[in-house]
Ligand binder design. Structure first.
Ligand code: GLA
Length: 663
């Protein structure tokens, strides 16, 4: 990481251009206030033109040029895109998909994660880079690989099968334990020999759920072991340079259990792209930022996002006026200490020629370039925000194991999707301006007043005890439908649903009644419910709202239970957005949770806390100017203008960062 202030830059791929262009690149980087760029991400084929022969001349020049211009380098190991020569020499390192189809080279991120030949080649280039550039003054961070798991999270080849078996032996020790965990007496799947076990390849009927779940765990761990191996090689060669790899916590990417990854990174970084079909992508940015900050346990880096359209959605929309700035500063508000883009200069050739960049095809006489330059000035003005934290008294439980399990085939309803559920609970919290962390189910919860578990289908015994213990000790716990249903092996918890949480919630469900797409039920509080219902019986809890239509009329839909010193709520259905918002508002008010600041609708308020001052980020997503109260003597860091009369006005589409001195 750069020594001070916020980082600003992007992926810099000068190898896409003749050398004459580079001088203009660095001149324009300086003009825009760029202070750190990621280089070498996809340069393997040029760096190592044939196995074991290297040509560092280009990279040497690039790093020297950056250094002369005061721009730091986040130097990548180029291992996400092995060269053609590698696959010609080692065709067995190409991946095989679930249907048994072998994939070819000619793109990127197409290799078998378990291939020993790939590992050897990746570690070799990492070591050579580490040794060559360990003391280079431009190099401030290692960017290991690129987006692990993007396109190649799973390989179903025989080499992967053997690696999977090794992983299973480690997990289970003996076959009897594995057979028991996987419930292999069902459908005659009993394994008598380790060699009988294969990846969950395409087969005629539904796969074994625990087999499939363990496969996902294995695939995440397999890539993690590659990351760790590269990191260790670099640490040995250059112990003082921190390492990162860019996560993708959003847009339905779910291949990696980032709770297991994050502790292995020196700096946590994330890539975030808007989905053109999301009319409120500001909520997606907020959720992503809160999640990645929680993974990092503090500030993090936005390693990639876009200045405008991407090129990988069915229709790729440009950003509207002011959106580039709002997006970037909203990430900073949620804890980003640096903002970077894919990529510096828009490519004229290659697979991403229609992807936006900091310097667009149109050149500097363009809106994007003007916005990029202006953002550089904003980030400079926000330098002192670096390292500050985001206090929160609400935690939302997030777990990749629960997500994988919930979305296995042959569930009660395939309409139940993890991210949709979490977002539907997150949205009302966002609208009411409540600060939220995400937590692993077994995290220390003692600093929170309110813990929400919207979708915790799978939970192990100790995590369940952690959550219910939080309520018993005086916290407010809110549990979403179908949570606690299965244990860590995906076995149903018997005796009634919601298994692990039955006692703490004071309810017992004997049968599930998921709803058809488009079907909805009336609720006694005037709202409606969709997606899910279940026959809940009260066993100590009170009904907050009940169904007034459908086969379960009269049955509780939301319940509240005094449990120990605290309260445990069960949301046994999917209430419509305003009903859910009303419910979560009531719950958080009872729990004593206040919004960061009272703001008019559409104005997002996020607080970063420093040693002496608070930094109140106000992002106006609406089309009307908004007046917001700030502490006496506050100053807008972005303009240097002091707030008059204890309020600031945030023009439509604009951002204010009020520096409020504490004490
Ligand atoms: C990913 C990759 C980049 C680029 C962008 C395009 O995030 O890491 O190399 O392909 O997507 O959006």
């Amino acid at each position: 990481m750069i020594p001070e202030g916020l980082a600003y830059g992007g992926d810099y791929n000068p190898e896409q251009w003749p050398e004459e262009v580079w001088a203009e690149d660095v001149r324009l980087m300086r003009e825009a206030g760029v202070n750190m760029v990621s280089v070498n991400i996809f340069a393997w084929a040029l760096l190592e033109p044939s196995e074991g022969t290297y040509d560092f001349s280009r990279l040497d020049k690039i790093l020297a040029l950056l250094h002369e211009n005061g721009i730091a380098a986040d130097l990548a190991t180029p291992t996400a895109a092995p060269p053609a020569w590698f696959f010609r020499a080692h065709p067995q390192a190409l991946p095989v998909d679930r249907d048994g189809r072998g994939l070819s080279y000619g793109s990127r991120q197409t290799f078998c994660p378990s291939s020993p030949e790939y590992r050897e080649a990746a570690l070799r280039i990492a070591r050579v880079l580490g040794e060559r550039y360990a003391d280079h003054p431009a190099v401030v961070m290692w960017h290991i690989h690129n987006e692990y798991g993007c396109h190649n999270a799973e390989c179903y080849c025989d080499v992967s099968a053997a690696a999977f078996r090794r992983w299973l032996r480690e997990r289970y020790g003996d076959l009897a334990t594995l057979n028991d965990a996987w419930g292999t007496t069902f459908w005659s799947q009993w394994y008598h020999d380790w060699d009988e076990i294969i990846p969950p390849r395409a087969t005629g009927a539904v796969p074994n759920p625990t087999h499939r779940l363990d496969w996902r765990r294995f695939c995440s761990d397999e890539l993690l072991s590659l990351y760790k191996a590269e990191r260790d090689v670099l640490r040995e060669a250059a112990p003082s340079i921190p390492a990162t790899t860019n996560f993708m916590v959003m847009y339905n990417f779910d291949a990696l259990d980032y709770w297991r990854w994050a502790p292995e990174l020196d700096v946590v970084s994330n890539d975030h792209y808007l989905r053109s079909t999301d009319p409120e992508s500001e909520i997606d940015i907020a959720l992503s930022g809160d999640l990645v900050r929680s993974l990092a346990g503090g500030p993090w880096l936005l390693m990639e996002h876009s200045t405008g359209a991407v090129n990988w959605q069915p229709v790729n929309r440009a950003k509207t006026a002011g959106e580039l700035r709002r997006n970037a500063l909203a990430h900073v508000a949620r804890g980003a200490d640096g903002i970077a883009y894919f990529q510096w200069r828009a490519a004229k050739a290659g697979a991403e020629q229609w992807h936006s960049a900091m310097l667009p095809h149109a050149g500097t006489d363009s809106q994007i370039w003007r916005d990029v330059v202006a953002l550089g000035a904003d980030l400079k003005a926000l330098a002192e925000v670096r390292g500050t934290t985001n206090p929160a008294s609400v935690a939302v439980v997030w777990d990749w194991n629960a997500r994988w399990a919930l979305e296995l085939p042959s569930q009660p309803s395939e309409s139940v999707r993890y991210l949709d559920l979490v977002r539907s609970w997150y949205e009302p919290l966002w609208r009411s301006g409540v600060a939220v962390d995400f937590v692993h189910p077994s995290a220390d919860l003692s600093s929170y007043r309110l813990v929400l578990a919207p979708a915790l289908y799978l939970v192990d015994d100790s995590a369940a005890a952690n959550l219910t213990g939080f309520a018993a000790a005086g916290g407010s716990l809110v549990v979403g439908f179908h949570s606690g249903a299965v244990d860590t092996n995906c076995h149903v918890r018997l005796g009634g649903y919601p298994g692990a949480f039955r006692d703490s919630l004071g309810v017992r469900t004997d049968e599930l009644f998921p709803l058809l797409p488009g079907e909805s039920l009336a609720l006694s509080d005037g709202g409606t419910a969709s997606l899910w219902s279940e026959r809940v019986r009260l066993e100590g809890a009170e009904a907050v709202t009940s169904y007034t239509s459908g086969p379960l009329a009269g049955t509780p839909a939301v319940t509240r239970h005094i449990y120990g010193e605290g309260t445990a709520w069960y949301v046994a259905t999917h209430p419509d957005p305003s009903t859910l918002a009303g419910l979560l508002d009531r719950i958080r008010t009872e729990a004593g949770v206040e919004p960061v600041r009272k703001t008019p609708e559409g104005v997002e308020a996020v607080l970063r806390r420093g040693a002496e001052a608070d930094y109140l980020f106000l992002v106006n997503h609406g089309d009307r100017a908004a007046e917001v109260e700030v502490a006496p003597g506050a100053t807008n860091l972005l303009t240097g203008v002091a707030a008059a009369g204890g309020t600031v006005v945030v023009p439509p589409g604009d951002v204010v960062v009020a520096r409020e001195v504490r004490g």
